[in-house]
Every structure is written in C-alpha cells, then in structure tokens.
Design a protein around this ligand. Structure first.
Ligand SMILES: Nc1ncnc2c1ncn2[C@@H]1O[C@H](COP(=O)(O)OP(=O)(O)O)[C@@H](O)[C@H]1O
Ligand SMILES: [Mg+2]
Length: 295
C-alpha cells in the first residue's frame, strides 16, 4: 500500500499499552502513532465532537487519545478486533461508563456543542436523548405495551392514555413490529422470538424521541433473517436519528453504515466513508483486518 510508510511510526512508550492485547496476530512491526488517525475522522455536521478522549479502567488505559466527529443523521460503524475498545468508547457517548466505578473518562466529549461530562448535566435526560440497544435483547418481563410505554411514562411524555397508545403504536411501527404484535400488546415480551425482542428494544429506545441510538453488536444473538430485519430498520431509522453501531461483522458494517471507524488496541486507526474503508483502506492494520488476517 502506498501509505504504508507514513503510517508506521515510532514506538509508543510501552507503559501506555498496558491493556492486555487481544489482537495477538497484529503484524509485529506495525506501531500505531497515538492520536494519529488516518482518513477523515472529522465532519462538518457533527452531532458528537470527541477530542483527545482517553478512558482508563484503574491504571489501564483502554482508549488512547481518540478524536472523532460523528455526523448527524448518519450511521457510523465501529469495527475492530475484540477488546480494542469499541464498547468502551461507545459507552462514553451516553455516560454508560459512569456505572463502572474504576472507569475514568478524560478529554472533550460534546453532544451538539455541549459537554457530555459536565457535572451539572442530567444523565437521565442525556440517556433519553442518546438511547442504547445492547447485544442481547433485554426486554423487561412486562407486556409488550408496557415495555414501549416505560420510557414515555417515566419521562412524562404522555398525559392521556390515548397519547400513550399513540406513542406505543408509532414506536412499534417504526421498529417494524406493529403488524406482528398489534393483537397481543398485553402478552409478555419475554415470549417473543429473539429478533422480535430486539426490535422491541429498539422500539423502547425510540419511544422517548431520542436523537441518537447507540447499538452494541445488536444482531450478534440473532439469526440471519432477524438480522436482515434489524439491518433494514437501521437504514430507515438513519433518516431521523444518528446511529452508532458496533459490529464484528464487516458485511454488516458495509451494508448499514455511511462511515466506518476502525479501532485497534485502544487506538482509532482509520475513519472514512464506509466504501473507502472496505475498498481502499489506507492503513495496513485496517487492510489486514478487513482481509481477515486477524480479528
Ligand atoms: N468493566 C471493565 N473493567 C476493566 N476493564 C475493562 C472493562 N470493560 C472493558 N475492559 C477492558 O477494556 C478493553 C476494551 O474492552 P471493550 O471496550 O469491551 O472492547 P471491544 O468492545 O472492542 O471488544 C479490554 O482490554 C477490556 O478487557
Ligand atoms: Mg464490545
């Protein structure tokens, strides 16, 4: 690759690499220069502006000076070998890491120009604006209706039953689930198939009118048909929401995302339009990963 020389930099001090490496088969002579992301990490229409972000678990640094913009109403995919920090970085975007006591976040993280980590920020309100869908569908052991109504109720979004009914229906429609469940809204959500449960979790996340939906490997527990439905849904949702999806499936990243960010051992190695990352990666680590040499 023509950019190979410029991307191989001097050794980073080893104390900074104390997090146990998982990408064991990383080319031995490749060193990543801290904070130097190749490609186009910045965007004009940033929903999130993230600068020099570092995340520590106790003494160990899991995220190493990452700077990135996440553009409004786009789908951004985070890819990279297991343990490279994708989930850790994703959880910074709505302060999900707050619940991990040893976890410390440094740097500047802004949502619409406002500091996400401002001590005066209302974290409950932040998580309503920046919703999250997890790897394993986690519906509450309640009715389908009550799962979707849960957020609107606690946030006081509906005063009358009719308003709540409307929010529940619209959210289920947007999640592509309404036709399948409209006759059994009082049935327990735990009796649904895995794919339906995951779409219910998406309906639950969008019921509070979020601006952003974070998804951490949302299809890894689903079969191919359920996966295809969720991917279709992601494409539709991206017209109204900013979406960040962690995926270990490169095919999925290629299908659903506009931009892709490649992480490696806590570094953000490369960011670009998704088709560029997959057809002409600039960094040799990105190329090794997408051609299946490790991961
Ligand atoms: N709760 C935690 N406590 C301590 N270390 C953690 C915790 N969560 C993740 N880590 C470490 O942080 C690094 C990044 O993990 P993670 O963000 O889960 O990676 P990925 O999502 O890319 O697989 C790994 O070395 C992992 O062991
Ligand atoms: Mg993860």
């Amino acid at each position: 690759m023509n950019s190979m020389n410029q991307s191989i930099a001097n050794e980073v001090p080893s104390e900074d690499d104390s997090v146990a490496p998982v990408a064991e088969s990383q080319p031995a002579d490749t060193v990543i220069e801290e904070g130097k992301t190749v490609g186009k990490p910045f965007a004009d229409n940033a929903k999130f502006s993230l600068r020099d972000v570092e995340v520590f678990y106790g003494e160990s640094r899991a995220i190493k000076k990452i700077s990135l913009d996440i553009a409004r109403n786009q789908v951004m995919a985070f890819i990279g070998p297991s343990g490279c920090g994708k989930s850790t970085f994703l959880r910074c975007l709505n302060r999900m890491n707050d619940s991990i006591e040893i976890c410390k976040v440094k740097g500047s993280l802004q949502l619409d120009g406002q500091d996400i980590y401002d001590s005066k920020r209302d974290v409950v309100e932040l998580r309503a604006r920046v919703g999250m869908v997890f790897q394993k569908p986690n519906p509450f052991p309640k009715s389908i209706y009550d799962n979707v109504a849960y957020g609107p109720r606690i946030h006081g979004l509906a005063n009358r039953k009719a308003d709540l009914d409307e929010i529940v229906e619209n959210s289920l429609r947007k999640a592509g689930l309404w036709e399948e469940v409209k006759d059994r809204l009082e049935a327990n959500a735990t009796g649904m198939s895995g794919g339906q449960q995951q779409r219910l979790c998406i309906a639950r996340a969008i019921a509070v009118n979020p601006e952003v939906v974070l998804m951490d490997e949302p299809c890894s527990a689903l079969d191919p048909i359920a996966t295809a439905k969720v991917e279709e849904l992601i494409a539709e949702l991206s017209e109204s929401y900013t979406i960040v999806i962690v995926t270990h499936s490169m095919q999925q990243a290629a299908r659903v995302s506009h931009r892709t960010a490649y992480f490696h051992l806590g570094h953000l190695v490369e960011v670009n339009e998704t088709n560029k990352v997959f057809t002409s990666p600039q960094h040799e680590l990105t190329e090794s990963y997408i051609t299946g040499r490790f991961g």
